[in-house]
Design a protein around this ligand. Structure first.
Ligand SMILES: [Zn+2]
Ligand SMILES: [Zn+2]
Length: 242
């Protein structure tokens, strides 16, 4: 068994690692065998995902052996036994989710749903500098949810009833005096990471109203900080007064 196995292939993303962890839990601690149908199925699925450019993939890209190795790395983290070629990403995912198989299952479901939606072309891939730490698919779901016209309309409706149609970050109410277009600058932003939101549901209480400029800045800040920023943190990070 070559230690350099998988060398030259792109690193596993967080979402790929979460999917591997799901299978690790399903295998219930058994030493993963590349001939196992479930390992082969995950290999096929990972090879189909759009995360890595075709040019960056070797022939061995996410093949059953590679998936088997990843499962062994996760097993090493879980039990201290087995192969020790553990990556920083494996460790981060394990530290966060290793004790929560239920959460891993939910997250995997969300990732698979997101992949399906992406394959149907229902959202654009986030730009590289707008991708959140939770992963490209989940960032895509975030954007798709907040671009939902009904959600935005309901949010504005609710703010109107409170007499507070304004950006929750910079406070602008819009500079146009033309009432027809004044509200066009506002967008809805999902205030918690999609991986922590209720699957398949958008709650109005999870949304904030934000102007398009602030929204763009906030997404970039979340992406570059590699962690979630809520409203207060986002405000102070971007230099807005409270
Ligand atoms: Zn603003
Ligand atoms: Zn947003």
């Amino acid at each position: 068994m070559a230690i350099t196995h998988g060398h030259g292939n792109p690193n596993w993303t967080r979402e790929e690692t979460v999917l591997a962890l799901e299978l690790y839990f399903e295998l219930n601690g058994a030493t993963p065998d590349p001939r196992d149908a479930r390992v082969q199925e995950l290999s096929r699925y990972l090879r189909r995902l759009p995360y890595h450019s075709v040019a960056s993939r070797k022939q061995s890209f996410r093949n059953p052996d590679g998936v088997g190795f990843k499962l062994q790395n996760l097993r090493k983290l879980a039990t201290g036994k087995g192969l020790g070629n553990v990556s920083g990403m494996d460790r981060r995912v394990w530290d966060e989710l290793g004790e929560y198989p239920g959460k891993v299952k939910e997250l995997s479901k969300l990732i698979r749903e997101g992949v399906k939606v992406a394959e149907n072309g229902e959202y654009d891939d986030p730009e590289v500098d707008e991708e959140f730490e939770e992963g490209r698919t989940l960032t895509g779901i975030h954007k798709r949810r907040e671009r939902n016209k009904k959600v935005r309309a309901k949010l504005i409706e609710q703010r109107r009833s409170l007499g507070k149609v304004e950006c929750e970050m910079c406070g602008t109410t819009g500079t146009s005096t033309n009432l027809k277009f004044k509200e066009a600058i506002f967008e809805a932003h999902h205030i918690i990471p999609i991986s922590m939101a209720v699957a398949g549901k958008t709650r109005l209480s999870d949304m904030m109203l934000i102007c398009a400029n602030c929204h763009k800045m906030l997404h970039r800040a979340i992406s570059s900080e590699k962690r979630w920023l809520d409203l207060q943190e986002g405000k102070s990070f971007l230099g807005f007064k409270f």
